[in-house]
Design a protein around this ligand. Structure first.
Ligand code: HEC
Length: 200
């Protein structure tokens, strides 16, 4: 009986220490963090685009957490300054990611602001980056008859020569593709980090 008691209390202590270190302390550390004024909440289109990002598993290949200079060459790669907790004030769920098959995207909106580039790259990454191993997302687009698209007032995307559909056809982005690109364009944490508030 004595041993069982020791086992149970040992387990409770281990659980208590783990909860304090992994839940309570991080919460206390970030609960008062204020977002910089330049960081805006996502618009509804950007939020929908964020859901498309989640649904398509972009997070499996892309992180959103540039590291400090001492930990890696992220800044030299043009991915931006090291991120701070306040940069994620509006991110729910966060999309930090842990795999970097592709580049970090926390500042892709600043690095690549072009809507046309993003749409074309999602339709066919290899049209823009030869040998890219990023999957293409053809189901975020519709291949239509050029005349029909014109009649319906669609705005087809422009693709580099050789990557477009057959003559007489055009590629039209779906609302999901347009929202996703709005989300990507919104990713910009290049503003300076706020100094910590003085402790009173
Ligand atoms: C299998 C891994 C993989 C997945 C999944 C993936 N990507 Fe990529 N992505 C890459 C690689 C590799 C590159 C670098 C080559 C290139 O630009 O095509 C890249 C590049 C990019 C770039 C350009 C980055 C830059 O710095 O120029 C953007 C934007 C991007 N991906 C967005 C997305 C989005 C949005 C999704 C989900 C719809 C996605 N990726 C899914 C691997 C992936």
């Amino acid at each position: 009986m004595e041993n069982e008691l020791k086992l149970a209390s040992g387990a409770m202590v281990a659980l208590g220490v783990a909860t304090a270190a992994l839940v309570v302390m991080p919460y206390v550390e970030v609960r008062d963090v204020k977002p910089a004024p330049q960081l805006k909440p996502y618009t509804s289109a950007e939020q929908r685009g964020r859901n498309v990002y989640v649904a398509n598993g972009c997070v499996y290949c892309h992180t959103q957490q540039p590291r400090d200079r001492n930990l890696g060459p992220d800044a030299d790669r043009g991915w931006g300054r090291a991120s701070v907790p306040a940069d994620y004030a509006y991110d729910k769920p966060h999309l930090l990611g842990s795999m970097r098959t592709g580049p970090d995207l926390l500042n892709i909106g600043a690095r690549q602001p072009s809507r046309d580039w993003h749409l074309g790259h999602l339709y066919q990454p290899r049209a823009y980056v030869p040998g890219s191993i990023m999957p293409s997302y053809p189901y975020l687009f519709q291949v239509k008859d050029a005349a029909e698209a014109k009649q319906e007032g669609d705005q087809p995307i422009t693709l580099p020569p050789g990557y477009g559909p057959m003559v007489g056809q055009v590629v039209v982005p779906t609302p999901e593709a347009l929202d996703l690109v709005k989300y990507l364009q919104s990713l910009d944490r290049t503003y300076p980090v706020l100094p910590p508030e003085p402790k009173s």
